[in-house]
Design a protein around this ligand. Sequence first.
Ligand SMILES: Nc1ncnc2c1ncn2[C@@H]1O[C@H](COP(=O)(O)OP(=O)(O)OP(=O)(O)O)[C@@H](O)[C@H]1O
Ligand SMILES: [Mg+2]
Length: 301
Amino acid sequence: MQKKMIIAESPAMKHLLQNLSKIAASHSSIFISGESGTGKEVIAQAIHSLSPRADAPFIKVNCAAVPDTLIESEFFGHERGAFTGAISRRIGRFESADTGTLLLDEISEIPLTLQPKLLRAVQEQEFERVGGRDPIKVNVRFLSTSNRNMQEAIEQNLFREDLYYRLNVVPIYLLPLRERKEDILPLADYFLANHAIQKTLSEEAKKALLEYSWRGNIRELSNLIERALVMSNNEVITPEDLALNRSIPFSAKKTPTLKQLERRHILHTLKELGNNRTRTAKMLGISIRTLRNKLRDYAKL
Ligand SMILES: Nc1ncnc2c1ncn2[C@@H]1O[C@H](COP(=O)(O)OP(=O)(O)OP(=O)(O)O)[C@@H](O)[C@H]1O
Ligand SMILES: [Mg+2]
């Protein structure tokens, strides 16, 4: 993972950065929550880099991206012949992260069936490879991220409370961008400066950025600046160039296919429900697994 500059002008972000070295120095598990695109991975990377483990491995596993059937082997590895297709021994992420840091990204998406094993691995720093008998000892520091309400996941019996408390020794909550407006223009300037094309923002454009809702948070801001740089015809970017509130034009005049309609409907519902997958699945009358699979397919588009 590439090291990135952290822009922090708002009181909340300044406070976090002031405490980051202290947080990083300990061995405690850290749970970083916040809406999608608020910078959870950036903070996780920074914690590792500031920690005594900085020269040891920093391993990330995206719990939402690994299919349920493969996740145990992804975490803990497997022995040769452990299951069909296990043609050789495989080292899992826990072992790769030994002496370093393991980032459990989107931890809320981990299957309930795997949670007892994960709890043991976090608690005892010990596990077995799939199909293996010998316990393997590791020394790993855990960072987790989630953009879901974990209290709700616990209440719905989707996430074990004991595991959550193990992972959430030091909680970090990243405010949505609309609640730390002081960061908006510095971030915009940073993204502008990072680009080969050199342009500036008009005063009206700055005002528009400050007033916008930023549902996609910093990631949305970054994408928007990039698009504006490409689309604007002048040195100065206007509110029109920013095209706020305008959805991506995609074959607007053609009749959409059922698949496209389904995709739009699902993404719209998800957005309306604040990215809460459990509620979205319920609302749409599909299982959380089906929803997860569909979202995974969309991500590939
Ligand atoms: N404080 C910051 N300064 C500069 N860039 C940032 C900052 N926070 C986030 N970014 C940038 O915004 C984008 C989104 O950040 P990141 O991937 O860490 O978000 P996330 O919270 O993990 O999102 P998701 O929940 O969707 O996985 C990245 O390109 C990242 O580099
Ligand atoms: Mg992330």
